[in-house]
Design a protein around this ligand. Structure first.
Ligand SMILES: [Zn+2]
Length: 322
């Protein structure tokens, strides 16, 4: 057993050893020791200054983004990808783990993160790095009460919150499949020069009535019937307010009519080539499903680019075994 006395001796020895080795006059007067302290202080000051500058910069960006108002054209191009969703979920998890009390916060969630990321990145979040915990929390506190943030939050909520399945199932036993690209705002001629406000999912076999079409979301069938440009079309309003529009169908699911509730993944019709004429017109273009997505605003519904949403949903396909 070590007595108090011997511990004191040991301590005294260590103390004097340190003393002798580094200084005869005390550590504060030793140039090496003092240098180290100055260096540490210097880095701490640099770190704190850098951090504060970063926060100030973030605030400046928020302020500018809000001052300029919503850039609707940029917002409509969506540009939300899987990577951004992953970053959002990761950050929200990290913040909620540290702050249990924020669990019921209306904007500390995936959509809140995305809205903030859009404001910071000028609607181009693809190149944006991870937003850290402090910036996320400060950002939400700063901007979430503004009308611009809340309006944007409403759009992203309507576009993203109810998504479940890619609208065309994978047919197990067949090589045949579908393909699509980003044709947002491509020029269209029928019915006067206009821009393409949707995404076309092309049937590789070009066979009408072959591919089933399912609802991407839960919702209510708001419209079902013929449109000159859309042919046989179905419009489904989801719970969060998004309007999901499926056009050029060959036929509707048996018994489906306006006012019906549907669940995500439910069959709503079959892919075709109807449209560009009076009711019943077919064969004016290749077989495809035109997908449109619309959100409500004070000035009526407006379309957004479904390409990014379809890319996210592409991994989430129902299998149709034949
Ligand atoms: Zn189209």
């Amino acid at each position: 057993m070590v007595s108090d006395h011997s511990m004191r001796q040991q301590f005294h020895f260590l103390k004097s050893d340190f003393w002798n080795r580094y200084s005869s006059r005390g550590p504060a007067n030793n140039p090496l020791f003092a240098g180290l302290i100055y260096l540490c202080s210097f880095f701490i000051v640099i770190y704190i200054t850098g951090y504060e500058l970063k926060l100030l910069d973030t605030q400046r960006i928020f302020f500018n983004a809000i001052k300029e108002g919503i850039d609707y054209e940029a917002l409509r191009d969506v540009r939300v990808d899987e990577e951004l969703l992953r970053k959002a979920d990761h950050r929200v998890d990290a913040v909620l783990k540290q702050n249990e009390i924020l669990h019921n916060h209306p904007y500390i969630n995936r959509i809140g993160y995305i809205t903030l990321a859009m404001l910071i990145s000028d609607y181009n979040p693809v190149a944006l790095g991870q937003i850290d915990n402090v910036t996320f929390l400060r950002g939400i506190n700063k901007v979430s009460k503004t009308q611009i943030f809340q309006e944007m939050y409403g759009y992203y909520d309507a576009i993203l919150s109810d998504l479940r399945y890619f609208p065309v199932p994978k047919i197990d036993s067949e090589e045949m499949d579908v393909r699509f690209g980003d044709t947002w705002y491509a020029l269209r001629e029928y019915g006067g020069k206009r821009r393409h406000e949707g995404t076309d999912i092309m049937a590789c076999n070009n066979e009408r009535g072959y591919f089933p079409v399912v609802s991407m979301t839960d919702g209510v069938v708001e419209k079902l019937g013929w449109l000159e440009k859309g042919g046989n079309r179905i419009g489904i309003r989801s719970k969060s307010g998004g309007y999901f529009y499926y056009a050029h169908l060959d036929s509707y699911a048996p018994g489906l009519s306006a006012g019906d509730e549907v669940i995500a993944g439910e069959l709503i019709g079959f892919m075709g080539d109807s449209g560009y004429g009076s009711e019943g017109t077919i064969g004016k273009f290749d077989v495809h499903l035109h997908v449109g997505i619309y959100v409500r605003s004070d000035n009526g519904d407006f379309s957004v680019n479904p390409y990014w949403i379809l890319k996210i949903l592409e991994r989430n396909r129902i299998n149709y075994g034949i």
